[in-house]
Design a binder for this molecule. Structure first.
Ligand SMILES: [Zn+2]
Length: 193
């Protein structure tokens, strides 16, 4: 049985080197923000900048490694039934909802959910970088660089599978941002093998 992350919430757990993490969009059209930290030293963290630099592409899929800020491979994508994920945008947060949506009493978002879940592992809010946003669909205009946040292309049961290259602490959410999830909030399932 997979574990379930309730809508608009997040969890943290350990993943050992060689283990596989399967992130499943249970109902379809739902984003999951993924973070990884080196368990022995949480100052080493997933790096969008290094990963995209080495890939020379912004859309990553099966076969692509995800690098840390120290240029070590943390995870490898070993399976992907969607082929569209985002690694440009930060986790949604109270500030996102205040600035982009004009909310007076904003939800804490993926950022707040990740900060709370990762705190027992020694991770501080300022240690949270751009997450790998599973299933997030951000098409970019190649000429102007303008982008939009569109509903995910994932359908119920779609998945992406990562293999750990280090002993890791993982943070994972069911994203809280209306635009990213086609206007409704659904759960995310995950499995460790
Ligand atoms: Zn989010």
């Amino acid at each position: 049985m997979p574990h379930r992350i309730d809508p608009r919430s997040g969890v943290a757990f350990t993943l050992d080197k060689g283990q596989r993490l399967t992130v499943i969009d249970a109902e379809g059209g739902q984003v999951a923000d993924l973070l990884a930290y080196n368990r022995a030293d949480t100052a080493e963290v997933l790096s969008s900048g290094r990963t995209l630099d080495y890939a020379s592409r912004i859309y990553l899929t099966t076969g692509d490694p995800l690098y840390s800020n120290r240029s070590n491979i943390m995870l490898r994508i070993v399976e992907d039934s969607v082929g569209r994920h985002d690694f440009l945008l930060t986790p949604c947060s109270a500030d996102t909802f205040r600035i982009l949506y004009g909310d007076d009493r904003p939800h804490r978002g993926c950022f707040g959910n990740l900060a709370a879940a990762l705190e027992p592992h020694g991770v501080r809010p300022d240690d949270i970088p751009v997450a790998f946003n599973c299933f997030m669909n951000v098409p970019v205009n190649g000429d102007t660089g303008a982008f939009t946040v569109e509903p995910p292309l994932s359908r119920a049961g779609d998945r992406i599978v990562f293999e750990a290259d280090q002993d890791l602490v993982i943070g994972l959410t069911a994203c809280s941002a209306p635009l990213s999830n086609g206007g409704s909030f659904k759960p995310i399932d995950y499995r460790i093998d």
